[in-house]
Design a protein. Structure first.
Length: 140
C-alpha cells in the first residue's frame, strides 16, 4: 500500500467553516478530513480500517477533478455524499471481513459504520437499517 500522509494539521479554513455551518461540527470533535492527499485528524492517528476508508476518499477526489471540487459537490449534493461515503464504508467493511474473525466484533463495527452513515454527520440521509444493508451488500 502506498504511504499516506496522516497529519494533525487542520484542513483549509474555508472547509472547516463550511462543515461547521452545515453540520455544526468542529475540528476538535475528532473529525477526520481527507484533502489534497493528506488525511487530517486532530488525534494524529487513525485505525487501519479507517485508513482504508479515508484512502478511498483520496481516489474519489482525484476522479472528481480535485479535493476542492469534490468537497463543494459533497457539501451540496446529498445523493453524491451518500454514494461517496457508502463506497468507503463498503471498502472498510470488506477490510474488516478479511482481518476480524470474531463475529460479534464484526457486527459491532458494522453497527458503528451504519450509525455513522445514517447519522447527522452526513445529514441523516438514510435509516440505520438501510445503511447496514447497503454496506453489507456489495459485489464480492
Amino acid at each position: 500500500m502506498k504511504i499516506i500522509d496522516i497529519s494533525t494539521k487542520k484542513p483549509p479554513r474555508w472547509l472547516l467553516g463550511e462543515v461547521k455551518k452545515k453540520w455544526n461540527i468542529e475540528w476538535e470533535s475528532s473529525i477526520i478530513f481527507t484533502y489534497n492527499g493528506v488525511i487530517s485528524s486532530s488525534l494524529g492517528k487513525i485505525t487501519e480500517d479507517l485508513l482504508v476508508h479515508e484512502s478511498h476518499h483520496i481516489v474519489q477526489q482525484k476522479e472528481c477533478g480535485g479535493s476542492k471540487k469534490w468537497f463543494k459537490r459533497y457539501l451540496e449534493d446529498d445523493k453524491f455524499r451518500y454514494e461517496q461515503e457508502l463506497e468507503c464504508y463498503r471498502l472498510q467493511y470488506q477490510w474488516l471481513e478479511k482481518h476480524v474473525k470474531n463475529k460479534s466484533e464484526k457486527f459491532r463495527f458494522l453497527k458503528h459504520y451504519a450509525e455513522s452513515l445514517s447519522g447527522s454527520m452526513y445529514g441523516n440521509l438514510t435509516t440505520f437499517f438501510e445503511a447496514m444493508s447497503d454496506i453489507k451488500n456489495y459485489e464480492k
